[in-house]
Design a protein around this ligand. Structure first.
Ligand code: C2E
Ligand code: MG
Ligand code: MG
Ligand code: MG
Length: 273
């Protein structure tokens, strides 16, 4: 009967829920353990001035050193982590690593870092940025997604104004993919627009994508912001971005994310020429 079918569906659904909850809880426990054992690491992806190809800075990207699976990229864990309150502790540990790295450099460079919606609305995270900013604030670039700027507009404005007082700069990550609303650009203190790699990777195939990248670069210029193109994988893309007047390029064509030691080697190579 209809009723019986309903019951079956319900219990099946129940079992699935249990399995999912278990997997989720298992993940959370694992992530907590990973933080305790300091298994979150930072990789750094350099980015370069388009015209001179000289180093402009590097983006810090989270990795998880799993004892069985090896080095994991964020796609393997960031969703669960961002849903958990643990994310802010992980991002605070990341800030501490960035501070130590910057202080170890003879000639520090700009370091960009990504923050989750939870951290952006967490007073303790703001305090952590304030605490390290006396030393390294002027080298920091905070990356936030435009989705967050729209959904948490008021809290984001307060947070960004606070960090900018510390000399920290702000980049809008994955620009062009979140919301079509440009209203936040009128009000929010922003320094960089990061053109999402999906546009960059389609622009050599599609006139429309090219028109979008061209327009985003012009928009940024008129607003007095710098553009960073992400996901640059080919010479052709690089040349086109140079032609369009994009300020900074980041992508596998120039450099992949690398461990701290590799970035240090790159920095000392640059220093010796
Ligand atoms: P994102 O901030 O947009 O970072 C750029 C991602 O694109 C990185 O992936 C980078 O490795 C990748 N990428 C760079 N150049 C190229 C290229 O030429 N081709 C291709 N196909 N990919 C390229 P990754 O490291 O896997 O990070 C993925 C996302 O994870 C980041 O996207 C960011 O949203 C998130 N994430 C990373 N670290 C953190 C963190 O500390 N906190 C938070 N909340 N999110 C983070
Ligand atoms: Mg980013
Ligand atoms: Mg991005
Ligand atoms: Mg992206």
């Amino acid at each position: 009967s209809k009723r019986k079918g309903g019951e079956n569906t319900f219990s099946l659904f129940d079992q699935e829920m249990d399995a999912r909850a278990l997997r989720y809880l298992g993940w959370r426990a694992q992530l907590e353990q990973s933080l305790k054992e300091d298994r979150f690491e930072l990789y750094f992806q350099p980015y370069f001035y388009t015209d001179t190809r000289t180093l402009a800075g590097a983006e810090a990207l989270l990795r998880l050193r799993d004892p069985q699976k090896g080095l994991l990229a964020p796609s393997a864990f960031i969703e669960v982590l961002e849903e958990s309150p643990l994310i802010t502790a992980v991002e605070m540990a990341m800030l501490e690593k960035i501070r130590a790295f910057l202080l170890s450099l003879e000639r520090p460079i700009k370091i960009s870092f990504n923050i989750s919606p939870k951290s952006l609305t967490n007073a303790r995270f703001l305090e952590a940025i304030q605490a390290i900013s006396r030393d390294v604030g002027r080298y920091l670039v905070l990356e936030v997604t435009e989705r967050l700027l729209v959904e948490e507009a008021e809290r984001a404005r307060v947070f960004l104004e606070e960090v900018r007082k510390l000399g920290v700069r702000v980049a809008v990550d994955d620009f062009g993919t979140g919301y079509s609303s440009l209203a936040y650009l009128e009000r929010l203190p922003v320094d960089f627009l990061k053109i999402d790699m999906s546009f960059v990777q389609r622009m050599t195939q599609s006139r429309r994508s090219l028109a979008i990248v061209d327009t985003l670069v012009s928009l940024a210029m008129k607003l007095g912001l710098k553009t960073i193109a992400e996901g640059v994988e080919t010479e052709e893309e690089y040349k086109l971005l140079a032609l369009l007047g994009c300020d900074i390029v980041q992508g596998y064509y120039l450099a992949k994310p690398m461990p701290r030691e590799a970035l240090e080697a790159l920095l000392s190579d640059t220093a010796s020429v």
